[in-house]
Write a protein that binds this ligand. Structure first.
Ligand code: FAD
Length: 428
């Protein structure tokens, strides 16, 4: 039997793509190499735009709503919600349940889903693709008009064999899962919380985080290179984090308490070729400041499906037709470009600690704190972005940052920083 579309990978990118395709009567088969409840190395933070763009999730998938965004520089910190603000920052989930739910949605819409089945080879022919899969040591061949690669940031040879670029650069992330009684989480964190800790001496190209679940904490570190002993040292000795972890017990998923995985840090030039589309992490689509990627995966999965619905109607899966997918992704790609500015300023200016402490001090001012928590995308996608809907607040924040930095550092440092900040200001 030949399917319209085969999808390799049942994470948020693959499942979203499968659901949209199936809802539009496209015959789609999705392969997921893990089991239906597999753990995905992820903190499970669903940033605000997930609900905005994909609707609410059932209560049993949501561990907590985020009520606190706690930002810490090396010496200053701010808890944005305690400033008496409201605003939906996001939600928290466990990825095994969330991903299972998304696959279920796809299945209910009519997609064929096969778990415990790994795609091991894909060959593109003139009129079809041949997909080789392995399940219980048995190898089978399946056929479709086109294939979607949604295999995450895995270092597999699939893209290479297809002569497609893989994301060439990666951030590394390490995560530990803990349990803590609900009441203690409420007391210590005020409920649902995203806590981000920046300090270049701990992570010069990333940050440490604590995300609260209902009765658990996901604690992690992302950086260009991560080391398990360094991570354990942070958990045991960081002046704030170690205290917040007091009384926790390690929990295991699939037999492991600490997990590590890469996050893409670069987008390949082409996200398509004849009969193939890349989505999600496999396409390098993640935020360059926070390294969130679930919304990016779902958005690209949906855009890929919309393109493939048209391709199926016209029976045209050529690269010329499929380039419409990359064009459809332009809003998403623009979001990533905006976060790249924040990435550059924080991780590459050489003044991460100064900038983060200064930013935190600015956010301690209720005017900026309130404004930012109500326009959270401005901070998380980069307030340095030009021309977005709340640009005037972005410009005010940029100006305030420069003004505050001027009070703290000498002229030559300001000159160097102006090269970073002025670059963004000039574009506004
Ligand atoms: C430690 C860590 C914490 C993170 N925290 C957050 C967060 O809080 N919020 C957020 O938004 N993002 C977070 N991210 C990023 C987020 O996890 C990814 O961006 C997101 O999962 C990408 O979705 P995806 O569907 O593209 O890939 P994945 O979620 O990786 O899914 C790919 C799927 O493909 C399967 N697969 C792989 N190879 C094959 C194959 N050959 N055949 C069949 N199946 C295959 C895998 O088993 C997997 O299920 C985090 C990442 C890490 C590493």
């Amino acid at each position: 039997m030949k399917y319209d579309i085969i999808i390799a990978g049942g994470g948020p990118a693959g499942s979203t793509c499968a659901e949209v395709l199936a809802k539009n009567d496209i015959d789609v088969l999705l392969f997921e190499k893990g089991n239906n409840n597999r753990y995905k190395t992820c903190a499970g933070g669903l940033m605000w735009h997930n609900e905005l763009d994909f609707g609410s999730l059932p209560a049993e998938i949501i561990e907590r709503n985020v009520e606190h965004l706690f930002l810490s520089g090396p010496t200053a910190s701010v808890d944005l919600t305690t400033l008496g603000t409201s605003g939906k920052v996001g939600q928290l989930t466990y990825r095994n349940r969330f991903d299972c739910y998304l696959r279920e949605l796809a299945s209910k819409s009519g997609a064929h889903i096969e778990t415990n089945t790994e795609v091991i080879n894909i060959s593109v022919h003139k009129d079809f693709v041949e997909v080789e899969v392995k399940s219980n040591s048995q190898i089978q061949k399946k056929y479709a008009s086109a294939v979607v690669l949604a295999i995450g940031a895995q270092r597999t040879q699939l893209q290479q064999k297809l002569r497609m670029d893989r994301p060439a650069d990666f951030e590394q992330a390490i995560i530990a899962e803990f349990s803590l009684p609900e009441q203690l989480i409420d007391e210590r964190f005020g409920g649902g919380a995203y806590e981000l800790y920046f300090n270049s001496e701990i992570a010069p190209h990333g940050y440490t985080w604590i995300f609260t679940k209902r009765e658990g904490l996901s604690v992690g570190l992302c950086d260009k290179n991560v080391n398990i002993n360094h991570f354990k040292d942070i958990l045991a000795h960081h002046p704030i984090i170690s205290k917040k972890l007091e009384g926790t017990n390690p929990i295991e998923f699939d037999g492991k308490h600490i997990w590590a995985a890469p996050i893409p840090d670069r987008i390949p030039e082409y996200l398509y070729r004849d009969r193939v589309i890349l989505v999600g992490d496999a396409a390098g689509l993640s935020d360059r400041f926070t390294y969130e990627g679930i919304w990016h995966a779902r958005s690209s999965g949906r855009s890929a499906a919309e393109t493939l619905i048209k391709a199926t109607k016209q029976n045209d899966y050529s690269s010329t037709f499929l380039q419409k997918y990359q064009i459809k992704c332009s809003k998403l790609l623009n979001t990533i470009l905006n976060s790249q500015r924040m990435h550059h300023l924080v991780y590459h200016s050489g003044y991460m600690n100064l900038i983060l402490d200064t930013l935190v001090e600015i956010l301690q001012n209720p005017y900026f704190g309130n404004a930012i928590i109500s326009n959270i995308q401005l901070l998380l996608e980069g307030f340095l972005a030009p021309g977005n809907g709340v640009a005037s607040l972005g410009v005010q924040l940029q100006q305030k940052l420069i003004e505050s930095l001027r009070e703290k550092v000498d002229r030559s440092t300001i000159k160097k920083l102006n090269r970073e900040i002025g670059f963004a200001l000039a574009l506004n």
